[in-house]
Design a binder for this molecule. Sequence first.
Ligand code: SF4
Ligand code: SF4
Length: 270
Amino acid sequence: MMHSIDISDQKFNCFKCGNCCYNILREQDTGEYGYNFQGELLLNPRTSLIILYNEKYELEQNLLNYDLKARFYPGMVFFMKDYPYGFIYSYQLGVKKKKYCMFYDLSKRECKIYPIRPVICRSYPLGCNAFEGLNLLPEATCTGVIEMVHHVDSNVKEGELVYYPFSQDQMASAFPIEFFLRANIISFKIWELKIILDKLGSMFLEEKNVTPSRVNNYTLLNFHEFLGWAKDKITEKHQRLKIQRFSQEFEFGKQHFAQQLASLVKKHKD
Ligand code: SF4
Ligand code: SF4
């Protein structure tokens, strides 16, 4: 049964229950290739928290103050056409016991790195799925969202489908911090993917040609390694020019992202 519930006049409140830190492995709904936690390439593997490559550097730096080190696994990878190399666009954060985030303290039921947690955690419970395009929707399994729904209709049971009959503006008013963060990250990601594909798209395998047998022997590079490698190895003039332009925009994008993220997080610090 589908319930139509309007929660737009309420304000989201996080109960710090830890549900979103505990069940973090999920099926991808985008049909992308990615790696599982044994390093094997699979279609539609389960994925954990997605960390953008530029956020990864920030997190690694910040973790030094906690004496902790993150385990990252490749998420989205671009595979090259004529060379056995791929470069990693996004990462997944390590999990424990195939269940919970590596930074979740199970005994205390709290995040060990709460002040420096990734943006995806700060903007939870909002997310988008393949059916709703870029519209942001709350996750039905979040305790805070369940409370909001029950405030309107206490008969809705866990797991029942809920339809939210209100606009994205109203969503922004119910989830002000989360909406602001997630919407900014999505628009940055789209802008950046556009630069990558505009400048370098012709160098990558088309998705339909990416198969585990074809790309399992690829060496994966991060963006910096990829740019260094490309400078040395790509000799064709036209391609070199493209990489040079991409590299400039990429550096600009990285700095812009770091500044934007720092100011967003500062503005919305808990
Ligand atoms: S965001 Fe939701 S699921 Fe996560 S800790 Fe807060 S209330 Fe719990
Ligand atoms: S980083 Fe912290 S807030 Fe994010 S999932 Fe892990 S434990 Fe939870």
